[in-house]
Design a protein around this ligand. Structure first.
Ligand SMILES: Nc1ncnc2c1ncn2[C@@H]1O[C@H](COP(=O)(O)OP(=O)(O)OP(=O)(O)O)[C@@H](O)[C@H]1O
Ligand SMILES: [Mg+2]
Length: 259
C-alpha cells in the first residue's frame, strides 16, 4: 500500500455552497468556507449531524454540484464536472434490477467504450475482489443488502477510479453485515491503496476505518476538527484506545451541537 507518496488528491479551498430555497427564494447556506487537504492513498472519514451538508460535499467533489464560491481541486486541477477518476458509491445500491450482477458491473465499462469481452473479464476480476465470484448470473433481488452493496462497489471499482467517494454506503445494513462490510472495505483499501472519502453518521464506523476523521458542524457546515487515527489495522472496537478516541469525537460533536 502506497500511502506516503501523497501530494493532495483532493483540496477544498474556502469552499462555499448555498442553495436557493424554492418556496421562499431565500438563500440556504450549506457549506461555510471549508478548507481541507486529502492526501493520496488515505482513508478519510467525514462525520457530522444530519442535514449538515455531507452529501453536498461529496457531490461537489464528484462534480455533480458546482461551488457557489471557492474551489474543489482534484489532483491539482479544478473540478468542473463528474469524471471516471472519481467513483461514487451511495447509500441506495442503485443497481439495475433487470440486469444480472455481471451486467451491472459491465455497464459502466460499456459506457466507456471498453469492448464486450474485456469488460466481462474486468467485471469478473472485480467481482472476485469483492468476494462475489459465482454470483454473476443472479439478479439484484436475489442478493442480500451487503451483497448488493458489494456489487455496487465492484461496479465503481471496475472503472478504476483514483478516489472512491462513499456516502453512507452501509447505513441501511443490519449491524452485523455492516461490521463485516467495514472490515471488507478496510482490506480492499489496504490491498489497492485507492484514496477513500467516506461519509458516515456513525463515529464508531469512522474510528474503525478512518486514518483521519473530519468532524463537521451542523449546517452551515464548518470544519470543526480533524482527528488523526493511527491505530493499527485491523482495529479492535473494544480496545481502550478505540473507545477513548470514539468518546473524544462524540464529545466534541455533542459540544458543537449545543453551541
Ligand atoms: N439540490 C438542492 N436544493 C436545495 N437544497 C438542497 C439541495 N441539496 C441539498 N439541499 C439542502 O442542503 C442541506 C444539506 O443537505 P445534505 O444532503 O448535504 O446533508 P447531509 O449532511 O448529507 O444529511 P444526511 O446526514 O441526512 O444525509 C439540507 O438542508 C438540504 O435540504
Ligand atoms: Mg447525506
Amino acid at each position: 500500500m502506497d500511502v506516503e507518496n501523497g501530494g493532495p488528491v483532493v483540496e477544498l479551498r474556502s469552499l462555499y455552497k448555498s442553495f436557493t430555497e424554492k418556496k421562499t427564494g431565500r438563500e440556504l447556506q450549506v457549506l461555510d468556507h471549508l478548507d481541507l487537504e486529502v492526501r493520496r492513498g488515505r482513508f478519510t472519514c467525514v462525520v457530522g449531524p444530519s442535514g449538515c451538508g455531507k452529501t453536498t460535499l461529496l457531490r461537489l467533489i464528484g462534480g455533480l454540484e458546482a461551488p457557489s464560491s471557492g474551489e474543489v481541486l482534484f489532483e491539482g486541477s479544478k473540478v468542473r464536472g463528474p469524471g471516471p477518476e472519481r467513483g461514487m458509491v451511495f447509500q441506495e445500491y442503485a443497481l439495475f434490477p433487470w440486469r444480472t450482477v455481471l451486467r451491472n458491473v459491465t455497464f459502466g465499462l460499456s459506457l466507456k467504450g471498453i469492448p464486450h469481452r474485456e469488460a466481462g473479464a474486468r467485471a469478473d476480476e472485480y467481482l472476485e475482489t469483492v468476494g462475489l465470484t459465482g454470483y454473476e448470473d443472479l439478479y439484484p433481488r436475489e442478493l442480500s443488502g451487503g451483497m448488493k452493496q458489494r456489487v455496487a462497489i465492484a461496479r465503481t471499482l471496475a472503472v478504476q477510479p483514483r478516489i472512491l467517494l462513499m456516502d453512507e454506503p452501509f447505513a441501511s445494513l443490519d449491524a452485523q453485515t455492516r461490521n463485516g462490510m467495514q472490515e471488507f472495505l478496510v482490506q480492499l483499501w489496504r490491498r489497492t491503496g485507492t484514496s477513500i472519502i467516506f461519509v458516515t453518521h456513525s463515529v464508531d464506523e469512522a474510528v474503525f476505518m478512518g486514518q483521519k476523521i473530519v468532524g463537521l458542524s451542523k449546517r452551515p457546515a464548518r470544519m470543526i476538527k480533524t482527528f488523526e487515527n493511527d491505530l493499527p489495522y485491523p482495529r479492535n472496537r473494544t480496545a481502550a484506545e478505540f473507545t477513548g478516541l470514539r468518546a473524544r469525537i462524540l464529545e466534541y460533536l455533542a459540544v458543537e451541537m449545543l453551541r
